[in-house]
Design a protein around this ligand. Structure first.
Ligand code: FAD
Length: 440
């Protein structure tokens, strides 16, 4: 089977690349071994939240020019990073999720521990707060849990919020909604996980005509007249933002859906929306299979072999490697080395092994290993033993040269590099949109 493009890895980077290729009419296959980091992510997109000296970034696109040479954003430039995010928001909207942002500026997103993280794009249910004054306009915040939900701890959230001087004058209240008051019949109401609550709500409550009003009155009772009501994200994977919107209409309250401990429903929702969009565009999705090797001929990757079909190599003109970092096992490390698990491409590391990590990382110092990953040229083509591979592009967390955690840049780098890989691939075909281009 021959494709125009094969994308390896179905996280944010791979899905963005695959959607762009499929939308341009390329015959595209996406192979993904398992769930991506989106299952753990907040469902907001961090573009660039912190500078190298840990200072907060107000305007992420303006700050790109100050990043060090070799950073993926420096290879793209601010304009292309912005274009890629416009493309992403357009695709999310097509899939039914209108992402929100504060113009060019970062906003604060609340975390389950009461910390504020800078992000640039958020799902509407997350209720992005002002970066400079997150508590602006808030006098009373109610934190409401579903009793027995073990993925969300309101007391921890309240304690975290109280540490912010901005929240000093804000009254915080904690309440919960008992499962039986909203008709949930769980086997163990003391041990509910967020995904299980979503499943039970769908089965026991939202299936009934009065389900939404029952939940709305339980929220009203628990929250009183708060200016903001924070709820754990337990309502639904797919249509969670719509449910929040409907509940706001029923309660007259401003509701903030907060990602819980993993699995994170807003992150899963984003992954589900992107997969749905890709399929809608006619792309082939091979889930649960893993690329185990590639057949290279000097500067080209000719075909790949997967674990489930070792005797049937898949051939393409172009490939994108978006296999993630250590978390998704795109990168592997052992006491003496770091490797790209899929093709053994050249990787960026630095210095002696004992200097790869930093014992004092809790004081804001960085771990050097966070910058490690595949080395690429300015087009994001990798090297194998020094030889550039011209029809293979790398995207997302598998790349070296940036620190996704310290910079708060993971989502933006994944989207922009996945987008650029596809842009370079599609530029090589004249026929766009609608017609599948024949592979040659
Ligand atoms: C706990 C956590 C929280 C996060 N929160 C946020 C957040 O709030 N905001 C934000 O912007 N970013 C966040 N991120 C980062 C973000 O979700 C991703 O890490 C980032 O977008 C990188 O995406 P990716 O597509 O490069 O890799 P990944 O998401 O890691 O996806 C890689 C995919 O490749 C697959 N794969 C690996 N090897 C192979 C192979 N050989 N063959 C086929 N498939 C393979 C994996 O199974 C996986 O599906 C978070 C990350 C983590 C871990």
């Amino acid at each position: 089977m021959k494709y125009n493009s094969i994308i390896i890895g179905g996280g944010l980077a791979g899905l963005t690349s695959a959607i762009r290729c499929a939308e341009a009419g390329l015959k595209t296959a996406l192979i993904s071994a398992g769930d991506s980091a989106l299952t753990f992510a907040s469902g907001s997109i961090d573009v660039l939240g912190f500078r190298q000296n840990n200072a907060l970034v107000d305007y992420p696109f303006e700050a790109i020019s100050q990043l060090p040479d070799g950073h993926p954003y420096r290879k793209l430039g601010a304009d292309q990073v912005r274009q890629s995010l416009n493309f992403f928001t357009g695709q999310m909207a097509q899939a039914g999720i209108e992402m929100s942002c504060h113009g060019q500026q970062n906003h604060s997103r609340l975390t389950a521990l009461g910390a504020m993280r800078p992000a640039w794009l958020s799902q509407p249910g997350a209720k992005p707060l002002s970066l400079a004054e997150p508590a602006a306009g808030l006098r009373r915040v109610a934190i409401i849990n579903i009793a027995g939900c073990r993925d969300f701890q309101p007391a921890l959230l309240a304690a975290g919020l109280k540490k912010h001087t901005d929240f000093a004058g804000v009254e915080l209240t904690i309440g919960d909604i008992r499962a039986d008051t909203i008709s949930l019949t769980a086997r163990n109401v003391y041990e509910l996980r967020s995904l299980e609550i979503a499943r039970l709500l769908k089965r026991d409550l939202f299936s009934r005509p009065e389900g939404l009003t029952t939940l709305a009155s339980a929220i009203n009772k628990a929250a009183g007249n708060a200016d903001l009501v924070v709820l754990p994200s337990v309502l639904a994977v797919e249509n969670g933002n719509q449910l929040i919107h409907q509940l706001e209409a029923h309660t007259g309250l401003r509701l903030c859906e907060l990602a819980t401990l993993p699995p994170s429903l807003p992150g899963m929702r984003m992954a589900s929306a992107l997969r749905q969009r890709y399929r809608q565009l006619g792309g082939l999705l091979l889930e649960g299979d893993e690329v185990v090797s590639g057949n290279f001929d000097n500067d080209r990757l000719l075909s790949i072999t997967t674990r489930l079909n070792p005797s049937m190599p898949l051939t393409a003109d172009h490939f994108v490697l978006a296999t993630g970092s250590f978390f998704s096992r795109g990168l592997d490390s052992n006491p003496s080395s770091l490797t790209d698990k899929t093709f053994n491409l050249d990787v960026v590391t630095a210095g002696q092994r004992q200097h790869w990590s930093n014992q004092h990382f809790l004081n804001g110092s960085q771990h050097p290993f966070c910058y490690f990953g595949i080395e690429t040229n300015d087009h994001f083509n990798p090297y194998q033993e020094g030889q550039v591979i011209g029809n293979l592009y790398c995207a997302g967390a598998v790349l070296g040269g940036f620190n996704p955690v310290a910079e708060a840049s993971a989502g933006g780098v994944a989207i922009s590099t996945g987008w650029l890989a596809a842009k370079q691939i599609t530029a090589q075909y004249s026929d766009v949109r609608g017609n599948h281009v024949e592979s040659h």
